[in-house]
Design a protein around this ligand. Structure first.
Ligand SMILES: C[C@@](CO)(OP(=O)(O)O)[C@H](O)COP(=O)(O)OP(=O)(O)OC[C@H]1O[C@@H](n2ccc(N)nc2=O)[C@H](O)[C@@H]1O
Ligand SMILES: Nc1ncnc2c1ncn2[C@@H]1O[C@H](COP(=O)(O)OP(=O)(O)O)[C@@H](O)[C@H]1O
Length: 294
């Protein structure tokens, strides 16, 4: 039996850092915008209980790959004797602040829960996902969402449709290094989010809440990120996502985003993605379960 599922990217449309907790983690408020662009995972049941991950282009040992770690965590939690071979087609730049590794882990939890018939709920899978990374729960939950805490308290929202141009400077930002830096701003005031549950956030709301507390520090540490954002800023309001390295801007249509992408300096990597409110991984799984009559 086999299964193919997408692992979408996310953008942080805003990111506020409220303070540092005694365990060293930071209290955040953010808006995770899911995209229709990402990696692809192929799952195949093995005849034994082994796990194997084929991930060309991913620069980590097999057992450190978040796909492998997610599969192992689910296998141990469910106590299943089934194994799997997983092929990861990587499109998302690693360490880009677009959640590639976290999304791969979330899609692995969702895919293997289905294939192995573990029967865990989305909430149970999201809790497991937290052990793998702060950004995993939102991808498991599968909805564009406001988030508080370290990303685990989610308030699902909808955003008006738009297209994002994402540029990926050729550098890798360590999330741990940014959060450990003494120069990081950590004192933003909290805003009230709970009343926004299931609301549509229009472009005025998004404009007035835009901003990323990591941006000044990251741009100081990585001048190439600042140069990329300043270039994009000539065309539309441009911002850092997560702890970087990617920067993005929103456009009303795909053709406007495409026009700017085509003007980028030679050698710069980038892509265009549409905003989505439901994760393409969930859409694909829902289709599977409806066609298999379950
Ligand atoms: C801040 C965000 C916003 O999306 O940045 P990006 O990773 O997307 O750039 C994420 O929540 C990151 O999530 P993720 O990349 O999964 O982080 P983790 O692996 O859990 O944590 C990496 C390290 O960053 C620090 N960390 C992370 C999240 C947080 N709220 N406070 C922290 O201090 C911790 O030192 C931790 O050891
Ligand atoms: N499947 C994977 N894809 C990408 N990176 C992975 C994966 N598994 C483990 N990693 C490690 O996680 C780090 C962060 O990856 P990623 O999630 O892409 O970044 P970010 O959190 O900035 O969006 C990578 O630099 C890499 O060392």
């Amino acid at each position: 039996m086999s299964l193919q599922l997408p692992a979408p990217a996310k953008l942080n449309l805003f990111l506020r850092i409220l303070g540092r907790r005694p365990d060293g983690y930071h209290e955040l408020q953010t808006l995770f915008q899911l995209l229709d662009y990402g990696d692809t995972l192929d799952f195949e049941l093995r005849s034994d209980s082994g796990l194997s991950v084929e991930a060309p282009g991913v620069d980590v040992p097999e057992r450190d790959n978040l796909v492998y770690r997610a599969a192992q965590l689910l296998q141990n939690t469910c106590g299943t004797a089934q194994g799997a071979h997983i092929r990861l087609q990587k499109r998302l730049p690693a360490g880009g602040g677009i959640g590639g590794g976290s999304s791969d882990a979330a899609t692995t939890l969702l895919g293997l829960n289905h294939l192995w018939r573990c029967g865990l709920s989305v909430d149970e899978l999201a809790k497991l996902g937290r052990q793998l990374g702060a950004d995993v729960p939102v991808f498991v939950a599968g909805h564009t969402a406001l988030a508080e805490g370290t990303g685990e308290r989610l308030v699902p929202v909808r955003t008006a449709p738009c297209h994002f141009l994402v540029l990926a400077p050729d550098c890798h930002v360590s999330t741990a290094a940014v959060f450990g830096h003494p120069g990081l701003t950590r004192d933003s005031a909290a805003i009230t989010l709970a009343h926004l549950r299931d609301r549509v956030l229009d472009s005025d709301w998004l404009q007035s809440h835009a901003g990323n507390d990591c941006e000044p520090l990251v741009e100081q540490l990585y001048p190439e990120i600042q140069a990329t954002r300043q270039w994009l800023q000539q065309h539309a309001r441009a911002q850092l996502t997560g702890t970087g390295a990617c920067v993005f801007a929103a456009f009303p249509s795909e053709s406007e985003a495409q026009e700017v992408l085509e003007q980028r300096p030679e050698g710069w990597r980038g892509f265009i993605a549409a905003s989505v409110n439901t994760s393409p991984a969930h859409t694909a799984l829902a289709k599977l379960t409806s066609t298999s009559g379950k």
